[in-house]
Write a protein that binds this ligand. Sequence first.
Ligand SMILES: Cc1cc2nc3c(=O)[nH]c(=O)nc-3n(C[C@H](O)[C@H](O)[C@H](O)COP(=O)(O)OP(=O)(O)OC[C@H]3O[C@@H](n4cnc5c(N)ncnc54)[C@H](O)[C@@H]3O)c2cc1C
Length: 402
Amino acid sequence: MIDFALEAEHLMVEKLVRDWAGQKIAPRIQELDRAAHFDRSILAEMAELGLLGLCIPESYGGAGMDYISLGLACEELEYVDTFLRVILSVHVGLNSMTMMAWATEEQKQHYLVPQARGTKLATYALTEPNAGSDAVGIQATARRDGTDYLLNGEKMWISLADVADHFITFAWTDQEKRAARDHAGITGFILERGMPGLTTGTIHGKLGIRAGNTGFLSFNDVRVPAGNVLGEPGEGFKIAMFALDQGRYTVAAGATGLVRACLDASVKYARERHSFGQPIGQHQLVKELIADMSRNYEASRLLYQRAGWMKNQGLRNTRETAVAKWYACDASEKAAADAVEVHGAYGYSDEYPVERFYRNCKAAVIYEGSREIQKLIAADYALGYRVDRPMRAGLPSYPFSG
Ligand SMILES: Cc1cc2nc3c(=O)[nH]c(=O)nc-3n(C[C@H](O)[C@H](O)[C@H](O)COP(=O)(O)OP(=O)(O)OC[C@H]3O[C@@H](n4cnc5c(N)ncnc54)[C@H](O)[C@@H]3O)c2cc1C
């Protein structure tokens, strides 16, 4: 039987996040965005609400909620501003959920538990100055030195790079495989701030997500104990792709929230603003813009919730998550552009939030696999060029055991 109804726990999370973000962040967001300032104190509030370990089992310090709850939280966060959802995308989606699946028990106790409790902030660093979509094109290397690895290279465009405490990153450990572009030569590592040779910085002058932090990492002979290898040596590429299945899900849900934010702002304005003797909402061409936002919101929400349901069931969802991310990001880009038009000249100033939505939406079309990459994934599944192979590790299905 198909059941589209949300459960009481989902409605509770939705309301909790909506109330918090609406009351605590929305009144300050214009100021935070203008200042291009990441306010770290917000993290403590998110930790207090349990958001930083939302779908991590309670036995690892999390709130023990399901994956649909994670999507709902992301939708509500991005309804207010993209930077809030990005925190969940990297800290929970790309990092903690990946740790949950691939880390050893010792690594989970040391890294995941404080992350889930919100006392440590985590992110994910795959992209480099010369390699984004082409993850096999990364140049970072990790050379074995006794019981350690010496890590060298650069990571670029990393969300929360300059504020996070923990990082999952990727480097070549097998130079022969690197020369052959065989991804089995890439290994995943867990790093922590303070390791000698690890430095970070902030990228300034971004188009959007200005209240958030985006930056770079530099590895200069960073000595990483072999105990900080995530998964087995050579599993890094698979782990990086697994992480994207989780991160993309949060991006899809967040973009859905951005569509709804554009819809609500446009409806309000269209009812208030008059032209030719009537509210602009009465003009059919304005109605068309509103109708598109309304339809695209519902379709985006259904797509991400299907992916969340599959995660709950423990089903592989790479294809469904990619489609949800692609669809919702397209929808949010169109909704933001149309919302600016509905607002006319006022939409072109930061007096109204739609200008910020328009600047913020573009990054999601690029990160966690660009629009083109999602299209390739969808096409390759359809054509049979891509098939899911069993993974050695996976997310725990919901309800969590133990
Ligand atoms: C605000 C922001 C935050 C980010 N946060 C993170 C983060 O936390 N961690 C992280 O690791 N990365 C992060 N990124 C990086 C992001 O994931 C990459 O920018 C993205 O993967 C694209 O890589 P690229 O920028 O190198 O573009 P490129 O890979 O150089 O692509 C350029 C263009 O070519 C297209 N293209 C490339 N290959 C193909 C192909 N085979 N077929 C068709 N078209 C193709 C792309 O779609 C794109 O339009 C972030 C980026 C931004 C903007």
